[in-house]
Design a protein around this ligand. Sequence first.
Ligand code: EPZ
Length: 420
Amino acid sequence: MSKLVVSGGKSLEGRVMISGAKNAVLPIIAASLLTGERVRLDEAPDLIDVEHMCRIIQAFGGKVERCGTQLDIEVAEIQSCEAPYEVVDQLRASIFVMGPLLARNGRVRINHPGGCAIGSRPINLHIKGLEALGAQVEMDQGFLDVKAKRLVGARIFLDFPSVGATENIMMAASAAQGVTTIENVAMEPEIVDLANFINELGGKVRGAGTSVIQVEGVTNFHGARHTVIPDRIEAGSYLLLAAATGGDVFVENVISAHLQPLLAKMAEAGIAFREEDDGIRVMSSGKFRAVDIKTQVHPGFPTDLQAIFLAWMTRAAGMSVVVETIFENRFMHVDELRRMGAEIRVEGRNAIIQGKPRLFGANVTATDLRAGAAMILAALMAEGVSEIYGVQHIDRGYENIVAKITALGGKISRLPVAAE
Ligand code: EPZ
């Protein structure tokens, strides 16, 4: 167990390199189950969640080798169809193996991933889509037992444009007999990256990034080499760290088109930035206006940047309103920010933030991955020293965060916490 110790008040300066996207590489690793040939992923971030997904692939009989940010995966044959309980229990994204394993092997047994801090996280849309393709899904003592003699193309309409359900159904449909049309799908950039990867394996997916995806099933997949897109949420996090600390930071390896909702809000807040070929430079005076946000599915403002944006607004000039429309319980960072002197009121899905001129260092806990990033931003803005607990959440999604912030001049270190 460890904690982060952060001294606030310093502006960040310099360059930071963004890693490959966690939410792209996780379904792409799952999609590697579709082929018996070797797959090589470049820019695969070294994160706890990625490690867990690789352990699941190994449990099915796959070989996984990491060399830096290069990941080699080869699942020559499926030796088991049961995902290891203790890993699935820690990684909600393990549900992504259902679609490709059904496509490859016709059978998968996995414990229901359950909810997490930010919400109940049901998987009804995943199951409805797989059943539409011909799968039989049984719940057996908390385990999902999913079988499919044959997957047959279907027309599926998603009640909600769920990212995970879109990905799971797309992967299953890629080996179904005939054509599948999925409507009202998620349009996040990570969906497009996954579709590109499936096509590089020999699949036929069209329309990713729009609200309708068409998949023509194929019988044979081969190996491929794929570079994972940059992590737009990590990039947005560093843009906000620079804006919040009055810094001058070049955030490198960014696809600006993936960050337009955030850039628009930063401009509204009065932050100057310049979009260049391979990144974005933020020049902040440390003064910024209060701005309202409402999280939406892509291309709206991403829910994964809500916590860190809300933390930023605690020191804005004026009052801002943050509306969280995607998850039912994604304001746990509010109580922690109040410990630093933030003035925030929560009414259902709305948080009303009265910006204050000063925040003060405190001991706070990261309740989930993105709340952890919010704690770091607030601690870097605050006067004095903060201790941040729950660091394991942060390590799930931010590669080398202490080294990256230190290289930008931030005062942050990781110290062991005496086990209770
Ligand atoms: C993905 O989660 C991301 N995770 C999340 O990022 C992200 O917040 C989310 O998409 C929304 O963009 C990965 O890609 C690994 P959803 P996912 O299915 O697929 C409801 C992070 O911090 N829903 O789009 O689980 C659900 O309850 C993480 O990196 C159903 O009702 O998100 C939620 O309210 C957090 N039934 C909403 O849809 C279902 O079958 C959005 O969920 C599925 C989802």
